[in-house]
Design a binder for this molecule. Structure first.
Ligand code: 9MR
Length: 464
């Protein structure tokens, strides 16, 4: 079980705190009360996660709406404003007005932003329907590049590609105009997004992938293939639109975990659960607990604030009623988040994790050195994921290699965004074609997964 070690750590820290207070003559604490946060964002932050919502720009002037938004949430997803039809209404003519409104609001309220969505078969502007083949491929890549560049440095994670797989048992790609430009359109979009904004986590996002099924397995196989070939992908979004036709299945958590084990973050990106009362509240708790039990599940976003804000408002699927009152589902969600307490899923054995700043954030280059590298380790019993940040010194890099010393018994099983030489002992990682160039003082990241215990020392970095 993933959760029991955290519970033990929490219990230990609470009893230690209680002992100190008792010694000082204070009242004893009851478990949980010391750290219980009172908002969704703050309670998720206790374990290094975020809690977000979809936001519509035109609702920001509604004070009931914005009061809840700014009190409860620390991540926002523009519900429609960053989509292709909104941002590029005619070819190569971009309009960021509504999306910028959300971004500006978020930035002034300490909220981060999930960008949604760069390439999708729906909500395309009319002019796209006149294109096919190379012209469409190039238009899509230009769109990805322009939008990701406009928001460079402001996006926590991008849904680079949305809903590209077919429903049902085929495990096939969805037929769409984008798919007909060639099967490699998804990886082309990811590479373009990485080149435009190397600091954003790049996600694949889909629905009906919330349990282990043919569709989610097809996505899983794609992510595994991308990792093996160095296609940049950092995260997978699980929309989780839950209703009687699409219930939460018993393998929900296991499904998140199998993706995390590929070396990507997982995020619940568009959560809504149709229903009411205790049943709805319990289902929310189930989903939240599944995320909390997966170390690399680094955040949850609900698809709107009040039931009346929902794309499926008749199903009353959200956490606040039409008047903005907290529902039972709100309370169960908050309680589930608070039950994890202040110890993150990886506390004690690791550094870094889901709250790491993106690699583009300013770092201090080593004086005179060509490059430096730092490691952030997610260690669990029997295995680890290491994320290495390579930072250029006072000059730009045109290629780099990083040496890592693995303890005895450890083996690298999977590497992304670098080429590994060797798999145990002293292992060397060289840049791949798209991340060898790093501007002075800037950073890039690569990672690897392994069995055994991950590296603990500082890796060496050499400019090539
Ligand atoms: O919530 C969005 C709604 O306002 C739009 O009319 C709709 C149009 O396609 O898109 C909704 O958001 C979708 C999201 O972008 C992708 N996953 C499914 C969401 C619900 O349809």
């Amino acid at each position: 079980m993933n959760r029991s070690p955290r519970r033990r750590v929490l219990a230990a820290s609470l009893s230690a705190a209680a002992a100190v207070l008792a010694a000082a003559g204070s009242v004893l604490l009851t478990a949980g009360s010391a750290d219980a946060a009172t908002t969704l964002g703050a309670s998720a932050a206790q374990s290094g996660r975020y809690f977000g919502t979809a936001v519509a720009a035109y609702k920001l002037s509604d004070s009931v709406y914005s009061t809840i938004l700014d009190r409860e949430f620390n991540m926002v997803t523009p519900e429609n404003e960053m989509k292709w039809d909104a941002t590029e209404p005619s070819q190569n003519s971009f309009n960021y007005n509504s999306a910028d409104q959300i971004v500006n609001h978020a930035q002034s309220h300490n909220q981060r932003i999930r960008g949604h969505a760069l390439a999708w078969h729906q909500q395309q502007p009319g002019w796209v329907s006149g294109l096919s083949g190379t012209a469409l491929r190039n238009a899509m890549l230009n769109h990805v590049t322009q939008v990701a560049t406009h928001y460079k440095g402001k996006i926590y994670s991008w849904d680079v590609v949305n809903e590209a797989f077919a429903d049902g048992s085929s495990g096939a790609r969805r037929d769409s105009n984008l798919q007909r430009t060639g099967n490699d359109w998804i990886e082309a979009a990811f590479r373009a997004a990485r080149a435009a904004d190397p600091g954003a986590k790049l996600c694949y996002n889909d629905y009906n992938t919330d349990g282990v099924n043919a569709k989610s397995t097809a996505v899983y196989n794609m992510v595994q293939d991308f990792k093996a070939r160095g296609v940049p992908i950092d995260c997978v979004g699980f929309q989780s639109h839950i209703n009687p036709q699409s219930p939460v299945t018993s393998d929900y958590q296991a499904n998140l975990q199998r993706f995390a084990d590929l070396g990507v973050d997982v995020q619940i990106t568009e959560l809504d659960i149709e229903g009411s009362g205790t049943a709805q509240a319990n289902t929310y708790a189930t989903v939240v607990n599944a995320c909390l039990a997966v170390a690399r599940c680094n955040g949850i976003t609900v698809w709107g604030i009040r039931d009346s804000d929902s794309w499926r408002s008749s199903g009353t699927p959200l956490l606040f009623d039409n008047s903005g009152n907290k529902k039972a589902a709100y309370t169960s969600t908050l309680n589930a988040l608070n039950a994890v307490g202040p110890t993150g899923p990886t506390t004690g054995t690791t550094t870094g994790g889901p709250t790491d700043p993106p690699p583009s954030s300013p770092t201090t280059p080593p004086p005179g050195g060509a490059c430096s590298a730092t490691v952030s380790l997610n260690q669990w019993t029997g295995g680890f994921v290491a994320t290495i940040r390579v930072t250029a010194g006072s000059g730009a890099l045109n290629g780099w290699s990083v040496g890592v010393a693995l303890p005895g018994g450890a083996t690298v099983t999977n590497t992304w965004n670098a080429m590994a030489s060797g798999s145990s002992g002293a292992v060397n990682f060289a840049n791949v074609s798209y991340n060898g160039s790093v501007a002075a003082g800037q950073s890039t990241e690569f990672g690897f997964q392994g069995t055994g215990v991950g590296p603990s020392g500082t890796p060496s970095c050499t400019a090539r």
